[in-house]
Design a protein around this ligand. Structure first.
Ligand SMILES: Cc1cc2nc3c(=O)[nH]c(=O)nc-3n(C[C@H](O)[C@H](O)[C@H](O)COP(=O)(O)OP(=O)(O)OC[C@H]3O[C@@H](n4cnc5c(N)ncnc54)[C@H](O)[C@@H]3O)c2cc1C
Length: 416
């Protein structure tokens, strides 16, 4: 069924009897050509592009809970492609371009809103670093504008410019960055994949891998054994736990990251604003809530909830940037499990087990990567070769010392 304004009108006039479930609830088949583990954004996008771009329809997505219940439905919805390093920038710009056409492509309203992402700088050195990053972006054909203090004031006059402990010296703006309704991305990809024949199996937890003579033959699940020619793992925060079932230890740690939403306010924020003197990022949802977040909780955990010291830290960041935020009531908060890699960049690669592939290490930034990650992983699963924008995302970069340390801050998850 194609969604359109005309369809909404027609259904409104005929008692809404024509709507169909957006995806089926099939029973697992005994064998698929490709099994993707994890029904988050990355797993569903992989299945969608496998079917749409690579013509592979005998595919299943196995999700232990419900689709959209993981990080894809828990993030702060920011998308951007303002990266410095060559290993990252073409990949994230590929993602940005896919976001720009995504709603038409999968025929689903994901509320893609390119309202701009503004990173504030507070020292001369930070401004130099932003200038360098902006130039690197432009060399890659990506939009970037360096603003001085007055330029920032024109966009966001309510920020604390004068009396702040860290005065605002300017900012790097990516006008094409913005926000996307996170769970709609999962639903849109799920619907599009299902339409093309992909089986989406919810409540189907992978409990083990069947590996014979170094070859992955399929997966053990709570709904029985499912055979597969190729298995792709895209379970984000659960990467360590799932890959351990195949006997692998990853260069990844799982940490909690929290998100916060205030009560609904009148339109205030023009786009996404990030505070450069601490870790605080904020945007305003279409319902008016201020959506914001900060640092990871800083200890390893698989729990989807965080602790109060980080709540205090995030709120302090908000207060020093825009003190009037202290008048807003906090409505809700939650946590998600982040798959923090050691250099802050992801991995999309084959493993030592034949037929078993891995996608993970997304840290704070995997939502914006969803379309490109899905496409690149589908490329790898379908052709056995990495996509041209994802050639740097290899496991062996840690052994070879070819880190993609975007922030240049060292090999510790909490620094990224
Ligand atoms: C609070 C917060 C804020 C964030 N903000 C941003 C942001 O603003 N911008 C940005 O780009 N990124 C952001 N991120 C990061 C982003 O959300 C993640 O990197 C990304 O969503 C991870 O990929 P995913 O969608 O596939 O993960 P998930 O949605 O977590 O999908 C993984 C799925 O695997 C399933 N699974 C796990 N184990 C098994 C198993 N054994 N068998 C079957 N299924 C299994 C899980 O149930 C889950 O549904 C944020 C994350 C959090 C938590």
């Amino acid at each position: 069924m194609r969604y359109s304004g005309f369809r909404v009108l027609k259904e409104a006039l005929t008692g809404h009897k024509g709507w169909k479930p957006a995806w089926r609830d099939p029973a697992p088949k005994p064998h698929y050509d490709i099994v993707v583990i994890g029904g988050g954004g990355h797993g569903l996008a992989t299945a969608y592009y496998l079917a749409k771009v690579f013509g592979k329809a005998n595919v299943a997505v196995l999700e232990k809970g419900w689709i959209g219940g993981g990080n894809v439905g828990r993030n702060t919805t920011i998308v951007r492609s303002n990266y410095l390093l060559d290993g990252n920038e073409p990949f994230y710009e590929f993602s940005m371009k896919l976001w720009e056409g995504l709603e038409q492509d999968f025929n689903f309203n994901a509320m893609i809103s390119q309202r701009g992402v503004l990173n504030l700088c507070h020292t001369d050195a930070q401004r130099d670093a932003f200038r360098r990053r902006g130039n690197a972006m432009r060399l890659n054909g990506v939009d970037a504008e360096l603003l001085d203090t007055e330029g920032v004031r024109r966009i966001a006059p309510f920020l604390n410019f004068e009396s702040a402990r860290f005065p605002i010296k300017g900012g790097l703006l990516q006008p094409r960055g913005g926000t996307v309704r996170h769970d709609a991305v999962a639903w849109g990809y799920a619907r599009g994949a299902d339409e093309r024949g992909v089986d989406i199996l919810q409540n189907c937890e992978v409990t083990g891998f069947r590996i014979e003579n170094g070859v992955c033959k399929g997966v053990e699940t709570t709904r029985g054994f499912i055979g597969a020619g190729t298995v792709g793992v895209a379970v984000a925060g659960s990467s360590g736990r799932v890959m351990a079932k195949a006997g692998m230890r990853l260069p990844i740690e799982s940490h909690v990251l929290q998100a916060f939403v205030s009560e609904g306010l009148k339109p205030l924020l023009p786009g996404v604003i990030t505070y450069g003197a601490g870790h605080f990022y904020v945007s305003q949802s279409d319902k008016g809530g201020l959506v914001f977040g900060g640092d990871i909780d800083g200890y390893n955990s698989y729990a989807q909830r965080g602790n109060l010291p980080v709540v205090e830290d995030v709120c302090e960041g908000g207060m020093s940037l825009m003190p009037m935020i202290g008048r807003a009531k906090l409505l809700r908060m939650w946590g998600g499990i982040m798959d923090m890699s050691m250099d802050g960049s992801p991995i999309i690669d084959r493993t030592d087990v034949e037929g078993l592939y891995f996608n993970g290490g997304w840290c704070y930034g995997g939502f914006k990567a969803t379309p490109a990650s899905g496409w690149a992983f589908a490329h790898l699963l379908a052709t056995g070769t990495p996509h041209e924008t994802a050639t740097a995302y290899r496991f062996d970069r840690f052994r070879k010392g070819l880190m993609i340390d975007e922030k240049g801050m060292g090999a510790q998850p909490n620094l990224h």
